[in-house]
Design a protein around this ligand. Sequence first.
Ligand code: BMA
Length: 378
Amino acid sequence: MRLLLILKNILLVSVMMLFINIIKAQQQLPADKHATTETINLYNNLKKNLNKGVLIGHQDDLAYGYNWKYIDGRSDVKDVTGDYPAVIGFELGRIELGHPENLDSVPFDKMRMFIKDAYARGSVITISWHLNNPLTGKTAWEPSPKETVVSALPGNEKNSLYNSWLDKVAAFFSSLKGSHGEYIPIIFRPFHELNGSWFWWGKNNCTPDEIKQLYQYTEKYLRYVKHVHNLLYAFNTDKFSSADEYLKRFPGDDYTDVLGFDIYERNSNEEFAHEANTMLSMIDSIASAHNKIPALTEFGYNNLPDSTWWTNVLLPVLKTHKAAYALAWRNAGKKNDGSAEFYMPYLNQSSAYDFKIFCDDERILLQQDAAKEKLYKQ
Ligand code: BMA
């Protein structure tokens, strides 16, 4: 009798193990094969979620808005829609210098708290890094000299400086923990817009092979030297006109999880819609050929002068393509020179009502929709 009971229990445990292994086998691994469980789950869920719709994001959303700064719980998107964005973007520029604030004056301590809050609410976090030029000490927008990228690689003059910058970035990523002590997954987006020439890592400032090497080196250093395993990596260009152009500086499948591009409306609605449609179609097929996650890594129409832009221009574009998320750039607000910079409507802005209608579409997902999907769970 006793033996029978033991055998029954063994059988039960074996069946359970088999079941768990089947579920695990269905999970695909991101570029980092040692990624944490939550990071693996996010990777797989972002892929699955492509069928549901687009997670709408906003850079620095919790830190400040068009005409406010650091008000607990406030968000321009929430002011307008009643809900937070499903994706929140942050920026690390100047962390490499050991500064307490980033280049847009967001203190890193506050950023850490915003990230924890957003994660606890089920939103996705993505981080860009406009890092200084390691050779000249000037900003990311300092394109010359052409030796900059190479100087940061092993054996060269600025490699140890660059490593010390990565140490600071790694320390920040490793300080992001959820309520159970688990590392918070981040979609890291280094060396963005690399087919343009405005950053020192851009097209005319280094060869494709050099930037590929720096991208790979950066990732290997974070992964194997610093043991950072809570990152998915987003590769993103600016506007591009062919798959060949897109992939010219691509560091490879082993170094990327999300494939995206940045696009801003600068001329007409027609031009924006045409370009966005064309590039999203290309991204969809490149991402599916490489088994990656397609995304609109940055977008915007500065000052939103068209009150129906969201439903007339952006919605038809997003509804006809697959993109895991679309991140609007920051609401920097009024500047000293009298101009303003914002890409999401704020309360009573002329496109606010239209944005709310846009968000009501079933394929447009904000934080509460993201939370329902439990993106960090299996
Ligand atoms: C740019 C602008 C700048 C900002 C930079 C980094 O697009 O918004 O004001 O400093 O991004 O966030």
